[in-house]
Design a protein around this ligand. Structure first.
Ligand SMILES: [Zn+2]
Length: 313
């Protein structure tokens, strides 16, 4: 999984992140203007964010995040769901905005969230559908070589374990904890070469596998892993593919997952702060070498972690 990067390409990534940031802000403002048709509202929306509700950059693509205005801010907070999962909803200027995680499997085209409004003129508490458009995105193919073929084609005796862990992990990543303190202004949980990017379709030892639903940072075994944002340790375990694992719940369905750890240093139920060491990296589970795998979930689906880093408060 060699993605050697020179300083020059680092710079290009930094520049493109900046461009993406500008694009995300622009599309948000355009969406807001389209909804409310007032420039003054767009200005107030941009200045209304507090540290606690910093949002990810918008990217309406499979594996991205859509920021969807769902109701006027002078109404009570609406209940928003997508595919039955609660969606993080925050007040931004003159609107309630849903922060919608889009699965990598999302087909390009029109999609929607369900919005239950209470008290709005003519809404009568009814559930409405608010639609938005998802663009296509092609992610690169990543070829990975693993020495242990049992991690590519698991032997029959571990299938039951894998299935039960899969059910457990799905339950954990779909947890919902209402919070007034959720911030998407994440710090990288470890600093190193980004050795595996999010979304790439994976070919493991020549066999096609599910896309890479996280970001890999190449760091040696024992490197401290830092909480990307404030939260509560939700789950720790030792799973077949993920190895030693930790989930951190940042509130409102925003959840971080770390895989391939060598050690957990925080325990379930601990409140952790942004930048606090919570674990140490390693190479447990399905790993081609020591690195940190970091996934970010919103409304139960894995989204691009890089949309959450380098966001100004
Ligand atoms: Zn990974």
């Amino acid at each position: 999984m060699a993605f050697n990067r020179t300083d020059k390409t680092r710079l290009r990534v930094a520049q493109s992140r900046f461009a993406a940031c500008k694009l995300g802000l622009l599309s948000f403002v355009v969406a807001v203007v389209a909804t409310c048709a007032t420039l003054s509202f767009a200005a107030s929306a941009a200045s209304a964010a507090s540290a606690a509700d910093v949002l990810p950059r918008e990217s309406r693509v499979p594996g991205g995040v859509a920021l969807v205005a769902v109701a006027p801010a002078n109404e009570a907070k609406p209940a928003v769901t997508r595919d039955g999962a609660n969606v993080w909803t925050v007040k931004r200027g003159a609107s309630w905005v849903a922060v919608v995680g889009l699965p990598l499997s999302t087909a390009p085209g029109e999609h929607s969230v369900s919005v239950s409004r209470s008290g709005g003129t003519g809404t009568n508490g009814a559930t409405q559908s608010v639609s938005f458009t998802v663009q296509n995105k092609r992610y690169p193919v990543q070829h990975v070589t693993l020495k242990d073929n049992a991690m590519v084609e698991p032997p029959p005796e571990v299938i039951a374990r894998i299935e039960s862990e899969s059910v457990h992990i799905k339950t954990v990543r779909s947890q919902w904890r209402e919070s007034d303190a959720t911030s998407a202004a994440f710090g990288l949980p470890a600093v190193g070469r980004l050795s595996g990017r999010f979304g790439g379709s994976r070919v493991l030892n020549g066999k096609p596998r599910a896309p890479h639903a996280g970001l890999d940072v190449a760091v040696g075994t024992g490197t401290p892993v830092l909480a990307p944002s404030d939260g509560v340790v939700l789950d720790v375990g030792d799973y077949y593919f993920c190895g030693k694992t930790m989930f951190i719940d940042h509130g409102n369905g925003l959840i971080s997952l770390f895989c391939h750890l060598s050690e957990h240093t925080a325990k379930v139920g601990d409140s952790v702060h942004k930048g606090q060491a919570v674990a140490r990296s390693g190479a447990t589970g399905r790993a081609s070498g020591p690195h940190l795998h970091w996934s970010v979930y919103l409304n139960g689906v894995s989204v691009e972690p890089e949309l959450f880093v380098n966001i100004k408060k």
